[in-house]
Design a protein around this ligand. Structure first.
Ligand code: KG4
Ligand code: ZN
Length: 366
């Protein structure tokens, strides 16, 4: 096996856990990341007729796309396989058929080129994604908010996350997607709802606020989803549709900010007011209203605010390559028998202690 040098480390990352086939090359030098290439091939047209991701279609599309996506990522980076120090792939959580495609490919590259393999938790990829471009030193408080997950976590470093709160029903991205569907918007619903909301008045509809009396940092979006579905049935004009989209977006942003505010207070208490850094990541962190609400909350609490560039909020392989490189730097590598894991909580102890806090989409997305 090739010896890893302390620095720099150049890692190929693969991401195939849902409906994007992605490959990227990232170089880590003294803890600083440089994205040498990042290719994301989406499958929106394949799944759009079904209004959501169809696992079997996704797995087949990954098989077809992955070869070309990797060739492009390597060419864009100007690196050949002998220039790599390791290969990383998402090993879960996600649609297992898709996860197996990327993970098997990474194992084949590792075996053929004598490279170390890193099996990356997709959620750790999101957790680290702000470090791709911005200054986001450890430790920090993280809101991970995507299509399958909605969690607040204290992130000490790779492999060291402690969960403060989580959704008790749907993930925020899932709420965006489902409500978008009731508004007649195409899949994927989040970005479409954001565009529709631009022309809307967020105060035109009153929507319920969840878990107001609770002192914890949990989330709930099912009440909002039901209320929005009921209102959507009675909409008559395009203006009313835009108003409801704006109201829904504002309600989701408000809940994310309220729970984050609570988590910031707890975090500040536990750190004695040190390391007040807040990071938002995941597909929903691409939403401008959400970002703005979180930035304001962070400022009011005296926290710095960081979020990945928009391209690294939604699923991508640069975040997987970065997690791989950070793990490789610590000697955290995996064997060629590393399993594909449909479910894989970041904070395994918290998931064991509070098993009711399952991912809204039951692991279909990550
Ligand atoms: O992180 P991601 O690409 O995949 C998962 O790991 O889940 O997140 C996808 C989710 C989808 O639910 C999508 O609708 C949502 O993120 N999303 C957005 C926006 N962009 C993506 N939601 C609201 N506004 C957006 N601009
Ligand atoms: Zn994701």
């Amino acid at each position: 096996m090739k010896h890893r040098s302390a620095s720099p480390l150049t890692v190929l990352g693969l991401e195939t856990s849902c409906d994007e086939t992605a490959a990227a090359v990232v170089r880590l030098t003294d803890g600083r990341a440089q994205v040498l290439s990042s290719i994301v091939a989406g499958q929106i047209e394949d799944h759009a007729p079904f209004g959501g991701v169809v696992p079997e279609i996704a797995a087949r599309a990954h098989v077809q796309a992955i070869d070309g996506v990797i060739v492009r990522a390597m060419a864009d980076a100007g690196v050949d396989f002998s220039g790599l120090d390791g290969v990383a792939a998402t090993a879960g959580p996600g649609l297992v058929g898709g996860v197996m495609v990327g993970l098997s490919f990474a194992k084949a590259v590792a075996l053929a080129r004598g490279l170390p393999l890193v099996a990356v938790n997709h959620l750790e990829g999101h957790a680290l994604s702000a470090r791709l471009a911005a200054e986001a030193p450890y430790p920090f408080l993280l809101l991970l908010v995507s299509g399958g997950h909605c969690q607040l976590l204290e992130v000490e470093g790779v492999g060291a996350c402690r969960r403060l709160g989580s959704t008790i029903d749907d993930a925020a991205g899932e709420a965006f997607d489902k409500i978008a569907k009731t508004l007649g918007l195409p899949y994927p619903g989040g970005p479409a709802l954001e565009r529709l909301a631009e022309a809307g008045d967020p105060d035109a509809f009153a929507l319920p606020r969840a878990l107001l009396g609770r002192k914890d940092c949990d989330f709930s979006f099912s009440g909002l989803k039901t209320a929005a579905a009921r209102l959507a049935e009675r909409l008559r004009t395009d203006q009313e549709r835009a108003d409801l989209a704006a109201a829904v977006q504002a309600a989701i942003a408000r809940q994310l900010a309220e729970r984050s505010d609570r988590a910031m207070a707890l975090y500040a208490q536990s750190t004695g007011g040190r390391n007040l850094r807040f990071v938002a990541a995941g597909g929903v962190a691409a939403n401008q209203a959400v970002r703005a609400a979180l930035r304001t909350t962070a400022r009011e609490r005296g926290f710095s605010f960081a979020a990945p560039a928009l391209a690294y909020c939604t699923d991508n392989a640069a975040m997987i390559a970065l997690a791989g490189a950070e793990r490789l730097a610590l000697g955290l590598v995996d064997g060629l028998d590393a399993p594909a894991r449909p479910r894989w909580p970041l904070d395994e102890a918290a998931a064991r202690d509070r098993p009711t806090h399952l991912a809204g989409r039951k692991g279909a997305k990550a």
